[in-house]
Design a protein around this ligand. Structure first.
Ligand SMILES: [Zn+2]
Length: 140
């Protein structure tokens, strides 16, 4: 009987241990999540610090010498962005020009010399056409 009581006690202790470990793990994960949030906030603040330094430079204010190289690197990248955006505009403009020239090329072809329309099918016909080239109907 003492054996079973002992076993029961051990099982209860084991379950309590496991439950305690789970609680600990949950607590540790919560703390790790809080640490992660703090680190994210620090990084966001560091980015803001960089923005402030850059704004100071743009306003003609003195910035620390150690930042000058970083500011120059940003300026070079801004120039690169402008260049890349220019390429996008070039592609768009070329595409628009092509579309316009295609529309211009298509428009006269349909309407060239068309001064009347087929009484049968409505196709554009040149003045003096007797039979419609599309449906063959004789024009009045
Ligand atoms: Zn016709």
């Amino acid at each position: 009987m003492a054996f079973f009581q002992d076993l029961g006690k051990k099982i209860t202790e084991g379950v309590q241990d496991a439950s305690k470990k789970t609680t600990e793990l949950i607590e540790i994960n919560k703390l790790k999540s809080s640490i992660s949030s703090e680190k994210d906030a620090i990084n966001a603040t560091k980015i803001q610090m960089g923005d402030k330094i850059f704004a100071m430079f743009n306003a003609g204010e003195a910035i620390p010498d150690t930042m000058a190289e970083d500011v120059q690197a940003i300026l070079a990248r801004l120039e690169k962005i402008t260049e890349l955006e220019g390429k996008i505009e070039e592609i768009k403009a070329a595409s628009e020009a092509e579309k316009a020239s295609r529309a211009a090329a298509a428009a006269p072809a349909a309407g060239v010399g068309a001064t009347k329309f087929c009484t049968g099918c409505g196709a554009a016909l040149a003045e003096g056409t007797v039979f419609c080239g599309k449906c063959g109907k004789k024009q009045e």
